[in-house]
Write a protein that binds this ligand. Structure first.
Ligand code: ADP
Length: 161
């Protein structure tokens, strides 16, 4: 059984994240999406809210588990018996940070591979912080996020009539 971990902040999950998840599901028997606490990023949604939005968004997929973690990712992956980490690469701008993380994680656990997947090009400009910003300013983000996220964003930032 090939298990992969897809870790991230997911503040909130977007259709770009789901695109990567679908690709990962073609390669692995099971994908565990795990929400990092990430207090340094001061997320808009707390860890539990982020997990619950992901749960609603991935109901239609088989072989997906949604979880959260705090601490060292390689240890979490070992506990879950995962062989790989999945990350998305949108543009060259992602590359430097992602390479650094991947090499550091390999140093910490040489048996764990990081697998990079590229999303459909329509998602290459999409990220969670742009979504938060548009929603905060009252813009419409329904093309970019799953239903549960749209609802949660509208509750945080009620649209002006
Ligand atoms: P981080 O884990 O760096 O805080 P995110 O939670 O936003 O960031 O993203 C988790 C992973 O998903 C990262 O590898 C990121 O590059 C990837 N990702 C985010 N948005 C997209 C997107 N629109 N298309 C493809 N991959 C994405």
């Amino acid at each position: 059984m090939k298990i992969a971990i897809y870790p991230g902040t997911f503040d909130p999950i977007t259709n770009g994240h789901l695109d990567i998840l679908e690709r990962a599901l073609k390669l692995f028997d099971k994908v565990i999406i795990t929400v990092a606490k990430n207090p340094t990023k001061q997320p808009l949604f707390d860890q539990e809210e982020r997990r619950s939005m992901i749960r609603s968004a991935v109901k239609r997929y088989k072989n997906v588990e949604v979880d959260m973690f705090d601490g060292l990712l390689v240890e979490y992956a070992r506990k879950k018996k995962a062989t790989s980490l999945v990350r998305g690469l949108r543009a060259i701008s992602d590359f430097e940070y992602e390479l650094q993380m991947a090499l550091m994680n390999r140093k910490l656990d040489s048996t764990l591979e990081t697998v990079f997947l590229m999303p459909n090009e329509k998602y290459t400009y999409l990220n969670s912080s742009i979504i938060r910003e548009i929603a905060r300013l009252g813009g419409d983000v329904h093309d970019f996020v799953p239903e549960a996220v749209l609802k949660a964003l509208t509750e945080k930032h009620p649209r002006k009539p």
